[in-house]
Ligand binder design. Sequence first.
Ligand code: HEM
Length: 409
Amino acid sequence: MATTVYDPFDADFQVDPYPAYQALRDAGPVHLHIGEPEFYALPRFADVWQAARDPATFSSAHGLTFYPDEIATLGLAPTIVMLDPPRHTALRRRISHGFTPKRIVAMEPLIREFVRGRVDAIERRVADGEPVDLHRDFSSPIPTFVLAHLLGVPPADRAKFDPWVTALTRLQDGGFSLDALQADGAVQAVGEMFAYFGDLITVRRGSPGDDLISALTGAEVDGERLTDWDILGFCFVMVAGGNDTTGNLISHGVALLDEYPDQRARLLAEPELLPGAILEFLRMEGSVQALARTTTRAVAIGDTEIPAGRKVMLMYGSANRDEREFGDTADRLDIAREISRHLGFAGGPHLCIGSHLARLQARIAFEELLWRQPAIGVDTAAAARLPSAFTRGWTALPATGIRPTRVSV
Ligand code: HEM
């Protein structure tokens, strides 16, 4: 087993993890990260693919970060993403009964109208001589709007989402010291969010509307209904996992097209490549770079035996760049790449339930932005990365090349 030390908390690693991923993949299939916290890591595609499909060995029930007691520290009951089969299977079936493809497809006109408004807004900012931050002014507001609408949050309450999302992102990386999290206000923010959605669920049980929470309160499979906690936990995972991930997919897509002008020209000439290009953006720059499992038994990978009860990182971001799976061009953007399988939305029983919604939002974002502003780019030298070992994203991303008025191509 390789014990190559890489430091997931190192700022340089977080800005550009890809050289370290390559070194880890080449050194071997299993790495033991020595130090605090100690964990194993799987950097190669085939091993991550396999582990994600084996929840009996690689359990989600002890949390998804390096830290041993994250669920207990926060005093939370486990949400869908932290359950193993068979409980997970039963809950996911009931949720899927309310969170249907029909409900997602029906949102397209509304999302398009919102996105057009954002493009108008950034064009106006440019016309007024104001700077545009692509992430803040365009990518990030789209999923916040979509999730708030989907969940039936009244427009006046939508501003509450942003501090919650920031707090939830910090929970992953905050080290799980309860004192630190309390000082940070993260625990309080999560408490507020749970109280808010708890009240909303009670209201919708009394008078159902046209929203997802109402649909979930009525969802029934084999005579079993979702409890308030099941719905609350699902709202939590949606807000924590469906917001910044989607915004960062859109921002990364623009940044990648700026970095690869030949690919941008090809996409503008062949718009039918867009759905595949979105998967390729996610393969190159996954919003979720890694999440952990805990071994339920000793398991051998290559010539290493990982003991029972150990944290194992599934390195999705590294796996998606593995040349053993994607060939010599694994490190290059190719919007026409034939991708038969990838780990941008994980895989196995926890395969992202919101992947269709995320892809719909990204498709509409590019259809409205790129063809109206074909020269849009980003100033990566002035940009700031989200400091995170798990999530790849931006906190600032100045936009370039926007013309103040519409252009036609
Ligand atoms: C580009 C955007 C997105 C990315 C990259 C992403 C990524 C992921 C990943 C990697 C997982 C698996 C977690 C694990 O391995 O333990 C996951 C699960 C999940 N995602 Fe997403 N996600 C995105 C958007 C969304 C959206 C928009 C929603 C909701 C509307 C959502 C809801 C969920 C839920 C509920 C789960 C848990 C599924 C389960 O445990 O069965 N995600 N997502």
